[in-house]
Each structure stands twice: as structure tokens, then as C-alpha cells.
Design a protein around this ligand. Structure first.
Ligand code: SAH
Length: 349
């Protein structure tokens, strides 16, 4: 029993039985060897490269009422905004000049942006920036809508499953939403041909270690190209105002577990991670993450896209964010690259 080493086994087999996984997630004992193994794995596949994604948060209107989210429809105190098509394009122009080759368009579920308007925006970006990836993160839509955006030129879609446990899903969302539909969306997106990103919050209210294991199992089934996780961070204008935020240690441990389970995945060091700790994103990179997503939204709206409290980088211009991150990534021992940054596949090596 003394030589029980879940890190070694996870490293070799890319998987662990339930009981070992549970031990690994619940103990600090293996943290340093886990981080080291994850970093070795990421360097083997992605060297020291860190890919950039320019995030454009173009609307904080949302018809949903997720209990954890600061821009939920029920938050009467949120100041709402929308960017125009021209403003979105201006963000892309600025981003392109700064070396961004992926634009991530994210919003609440805002019915103002109809499929035809979204397609117009996507095709305009596609024709003006043919060498860039267009990532959408607009929430749950019918399959036909996803297909229309794809045909207009979108390549990637981010939709975290949030939790793969049905009872937990119902504790985080109102009755109008369901895990079944969330999963349907993810499989439709894959089937249409998108590179898909999924993921979950770490330490969300009522999450247990068993929920996390279900999340990992679901990801093994979905096989996404990108996996985004970040700590849950509380927001006072939500029903979860009295809950604690998620932990840095567990988030980092999970990034490393993900890197060993999904060696080829694109894993961001998220803004939420940078929000709960001043060095959060650097620690995320050292734990196995290989993507950063600086904000390209106009500074006047940054603070308003408030999913959670104390979000970082709300005061700086895109160029400042870009150079600040470049320095931080370098200080952590990695290198920001301007490549489009698709996921590497086993057969490519
Ligand atoms: N409407 C889109 C975008 C949601 S915002 C969608 O449904 O996918 C992007 C992610 O932020 C969410 O998927 C969620 O995982 C995360 N998020 C929301 N509220 C949060 C909070 N309070 N703390 C941490 N992350 C949060």
C-alpha cells in the first residue's frame, strides 16, 4: 500500500478507478508530484507555448436565471449593455493588431441577437479575418442555430456543462433549464463540426467530490477539444450570495488531473482563477493550463460583465492586458504565441 501512487498511474493510463481518483482529489499529499507530472506532459505536447484568445463580452442581457451568475435575468441591479456589430468588429481589429488569432464572442442568452444578426456578425469577421478562429459562447440554442453560425464561419464553441450530476444541476439552475438539454447542445455542436469546449466551476454550491468525478467521466465521454474550469466565485446579487467561493488548491489540482487525463486538451488559466489569487493564472499554467483569454471588450463595459465579484482586468485597455499577460506568462516560465492554437491531436505528433 506504501507504493500506491495515483499520479504515476494517471500519467500512464490517463485514467484512474473511482476510489483512487477520489483519494487524489481529496488529499494534498500528491500535489507537488501531480503538478510536476502535468507540467511535463504539457511540455511534451505543447512545449512552452501559451495560446491567446481575445474575449469579447458583447452583451450582458440574459434570459436565464442561473443561481450562481451575476448577470442572471433576476438581477435587477445589473446595468445592462450590448455592443453593436461595429463595436464588436472594432474589438477584432484592435485584437488582430495585437496578435490575437482567435476571437471569443461571449454573452448572456440575449434574444436581441437573433440568428440572422449573429450570422451577419460571424460572416463579417470571417471575411475580414480569414486566418482567425471564431469561437462562440452564447449558451443553449437549437441545433439549427448552431448549424447556421457554423455555416457563417464560426469554428469553435464554448459551453460548460457546469455539472454532470442531474440533482446538482437542478440545485444550480431554475426548472426551465436541464442537464439533458445542455448535453444535447454539446453533442449537436460536436456533430456539426465545431471544436467544442466544456467544463465546470470548482466549488460551486452543493458540489461534492462525487459530482466532480461525474464531471470527469462526462468529459471522458464527450472528448472535448477544450476544457475550461475555474473556481466558483460568489456574487451578492444572486441566491447564492451567502456561499463561499471555490478553492485555489482544488482548482489547480483539477487542472493537473485534466492535463493527465486529456493530454491534448486546450486548458485555459481562467480569469476566475486570477480573481481568487493574484498569481492564480500563473499557477494555473504551472499546473498544466496552456491558454489565456485576455479581455478585448471596450473598457467602458468591462465591469458590467460581472458574472462574479471583483473580476480582474476591468480597468485596462486591451493592449495593456496583452502586454501584462505576456510578462506574467514569461515570468511563469512559458511563452505567449500568436498562433491560431488548435488542439494538437495524437496523430499530428
Ligand atoms: N451564456 C453563456 C456564457 C456564460 S458565462 C453560457 O451559458 O455558456 C461563462 C461561464 O462563466 C459559465 O459557463 C460559468 O461556468 C461561469 N460563471 C458564471 N457565474 C460564475 C460565478 N459566479 N463564478 C465563477 N464562474 C461563473
Amino acid at each position: 500500500m506504501n507504493d500506491f501512487n495515483p499520479v504515476l498511474q494517471l500519467n500512464i493510463e490517463r485514467d484512474l478507478p473511482e476510489a483512487s481518483l477520489k483519494l487524489l482529489l481529496q488529499s494534498e499529499k500528491w500535489d507537488s508530484s501531480l503538478t510536476a507530472a502535468a507540467d511535463r506532459k504539457r511540455r511534451e505536447i505543447y512545449a512552452d507555448e501559451v495560446y491567446l484568445r481575445g474575449l469579447i463580452e458583447f452583451s450582458n442581457f440574459c434570459k436565464n436565471n442561473c443561481f450562481y451568475c451575476g448577470i442572471r435575468a433576476g438581477n435587477q441591479n445589473a446595468v445592462r449593455y450590448r455592443l453593436s456589430k461595429e463595436e464588436i468588429l472594432d474589438c477584432c481589429v484592435e485584437g488582430y493588431g495585437l496578435g490575437f488569432r482567435t476571437f471569443v464572442l461571449q454573452s448572456g442568452e440575449d434574444p436581441f441577437f437573433t440568428d440572422s444578426l449573429l450570422c451577419e456578425i460571424v460572416s463579417e469577421i470571417r471575411s475580414r479575418f480569414p486566418d482567425c478562429a471564431i469561437t462562440l459562447s452564447l449558451g443553449e440554442k437549437p441545433r439549427e442555430s448552431y448549424k447556421a453560425y457554423f455555416d457563417a464561419g464560426a469554428n469553435r464553441y464554448l459551453l460548460r456543462h457546469e455539472t454532470a450530476n442531474d440533482a446538482h444541476y437542478r440545485k444550480l439552475h431554475p426548472e426551465s433549464m436541464s442537464l439533458t438539454n445542455r448535453k444535447r447542445c454539446l453533442y449537436d455542436l460536436k456533430d456539426i463540426g465545431y471544436q467544442v469546449g466544456s467544463g465546470f466551476m470548482v466549488g460551486s454550491p452543493y458540489q461534492t467530490v462525487d459530482c466532480i468525478i461525474e464531471d470527469l467521466r462526462f468529459l471522458q465521454e464527450l472528448k472535448p477539444d477544450m476544457i475550461g474550469i475555474g473556481p466558483y466565485i460568489t456574487h451578492k446579487e444572486t441566491p447564492f450570495a451567502s456561499f463561499q467561493s471555490g478553492s485555489l488548491t482544488l482548482t489547480l489540482r483539477l487542472i493537473s488531473v485534466l492535463r493527465l487525463m486529456f493530454p491534448y486538451a486546450l486548458i485555459p488559466a481562467t480569469t476566475a482563477l486570477g480573481t481568487i489569487h493574484p498569481q492564480g493564472r500563473e499557477l494555473g499554467l504551472k499546473a498544466g493550463a496552456n491558454v489565456v483569454m485576455p479581455n478585448l471588450s471596450p473598457v467602458r463595459v468591462r465591469k458590467l460583465y460581472e458574472l462574479y465579484e471583483n473580476k480582474i482586468c476591468t480597468g485596462e485597455e486591451a493592449a495593456q492586458c496583452r502586454s501584462c499577460l505576456e510578462r506574467r506568462v514569461a515570468a511563469a516560465g512559458y511563452r505567449v504565441v500568436t498562433a491560431i492554437g488548435n488542439a494538437k491531436k495524437e496523430h499530428m505528433l
